[in-house]
Structures are given as structure tokens and as C-alpha cells.
Design a protein around this ligand. Structure first.
Ligand code: DGL
Length: 267
């Protein structure tokens, strides 16, 4: 039995969609979350900068004595995970592996759409991993950078969000995809809007649930799970204040939380 928390980080509020699944799948685990709101977005930045930021995020979480870390950011998972594994001893999980496995399970016609930040799409991580696992798969990727500020602003279901979704997604629908990977942890916050745009024939794939299950299995196998009866404690840190954090928590986690602000440049 190991009561140490699981550390989870993202560039902002997007990783809350992963926290939600971790809370569901492992309700007794303590969680420490960090959202790098001062330096958001990660998606438009170079691999080098995203890797530097991600290392600082990990170093901060290590001060909270975490037993494992989830990189709840596709941009960092697809650009920086290998370097994080080389640098740190703590077990670190990305979201891409689980997203790929889930997409392969979901598609029937082997035509998969992937939406993510410019950095994730540029990395080719989803495409490469999907095609490595099954050479018959066709993958169509599209960067949808505006979805991130819309999610951070809480504009997830209004006219602006709908127009952005239509503009971004029409070309993927024309390819005949039957599955669409939400390859950015902010995007599940716009799930309803994205789902309405692509219609019922396209299944949305959110890597978060599969990631949470993967981490649960790992902790169980290593004897690192928190087997206590009490509900886990959740603690939130941001690198800059955001007025929207409490209400987005309320929407994403069905509970509002306040966050403490820390100076991430110190790590
Ligand atoms: N939520 C992050 C991701 O999954 C990054 C969004 C951003 O900062 O651009 O890629």
C-alpha cells in the first residue's frame, strides 16, 4: 500500500479531463495536479521548449513526493516523453500509447482521424504508432489550435466553438473516417460540440480513460496502489491565476477546486 500521490500535469486545464478519469478508475488515489497556465499553449512551441517546460513540471511534481506521473498533455507526450524517461527515475506515463490502442479498438473501416495541437500533429506520433501496429490503417491528422483557448475560456458550446469545429473538421469527414482521436487533453471539454459536428457515424476516442486504466494496472502490479478506504485527496497548482479554473473544474470534475499558484521557473 502506497499513499503517495499520483502527479499529473498539462499546460493548463486540459489535463483535468485526465484527472476526471483517474478519479473514476482509482477513486482512492491522492492526486497532485499542475497546470502550466503561465506558459500555455504548449502546442505552438518547439520540441525543445516543450521538453524544457515538461522537465520543470516533473521536477515540481517530484517535490510533492509523487509515486508516478501522468503527462496529461499530448503535445508533451508526443514530443518529450522519451527525454523525460531518460532524465527521471519515477515512472512516467504519456497519453499517446493508450490513445493509439483505443483508436485501433474503435475503428471498423481503418480510417482514423487525429486532431491535436500543431506540435502533436507535427511530431507524427499518433500516425507513426498507429501505422506501426497495423500497416493497413489510414490516418488523417489535423491541427486545431483554437480549441485550446476556447476550452480555457469555457467557450465550449457556443457559436464560436461550433464554427471553429466545422471549419477544422470538414476535411477529415470528407476522408470517410469512422473514428476521431481527441489528441489533445483540452478537446474532451468540447466533446459535445465536436460530436455534433462529426455526427453519430464517427466515434470519438478520448485517450484519458485508457491511460487511467494503464496506470491503475501498473500500480497494482508493482504493489504501489493506495488500497485505503478513504476517497483520495486532490490538490491543484497553477503557474498563473486563471478566473476560469474553478468553474472549469466544476464542469469537468463535477466539483469546484481552488488552485495554489507557484513559480514554475524555480524548478
Ligand atoms: N492539452 C495539451 C495537449 O494535450 C496542450 C494544449 C496546448 O497547450 O497547446 O496537447
Amino acid at each position: 500500500m502506497d499513499k503517495r500521490p499520483i502527479g499529473i500535469f498539462d499546460s493548463g486545464v486540459g489535463g483535468l479531463t485526465v484527472v476526471k478519469q483517474v478519479m473514476k478508475v482509482m477513486p482512492h488515489e491522492n492526486i497532485v495536479y499542475f497546470g502550466d497556465t503561465a506558459r500555455l499553449p504548449y502546442g505552438s512551441k518547439s520540441k525543445e521548449v516543450v521538453t524544457k517546460f515538461s522537465k520543470q513540471d516533473v521536477r515540481f511534481l517530484l517535490t510533492k513526493e509523487v509515486k508516478a506521473i501522468i503527462v496529461a498533455c499530448n503535445t508533451a507526450s508526443s514530443n518529450s516523453l522519451e527525454e523525460l524517461h531518460r532524465t527521471f527515475d519515477v515512472p512516467i506515463f504519456g497519453v499517446v500509447d493508450a490513445g493509439v490502442a483505443e483508436a485501433l479498438r474503435t475503428t471498423q473501416n481503418k480510417k482514423i482521424g487525429v486532431i491535436g495541437t500543431a506540435g502533436t500533429v507535427r511530431s507524427g506520433a499518433y500516425e507513426n504508432m498507429i501505422c506501426q501496429k497495423d500497416g493497413q490503417m489510414q490516418v488523417f491528422s489535423k491541427a486545431c489550435p483554437l480549441f485550446v483557448p476556447l476550452a480555457e475560456e469555457g467557450w465550449t458550446e457556443n457559436e464560436v466553438a461550433r464554427l471553429a469545429a466545422e471549419k477544422y473538421l470538414v476535411e477529415l469527414m470528407e476522408k470517410g473516417i469512422d473514428s476521431l482521436v481527441l489528441g489533445c487533453t483540452h478537446y474532451p471539454l468540447l466533446k459535445r460540440c465536436i460530436g455534433t459536428t462529426v455526427g453519430d457515424n464517427v466515434k470519438l476516442v478520448d485517450p484519458a480513460k485508457a491511460t487511467a486504466k494503464q496506470v491503475k494496472l501498473f500500480l497494482q502490479e508493482k504493489g504501489l496502489g493506495n488500497t485505503g478506504e478513504a476517497l483520495g485527496e486532490r490538490t491543484f497548482y497553477l503557474s498563473d491565476s486563471t478566473d476560469m479554473f474553478y468553474s472549469i473544474c466544476q464542469k469537468a470534475l463535477k466539483q469546484g477546486y481552488t488552485a495554489e499558484i507557484i513559480d514554475i521557473e524555480q524548478f
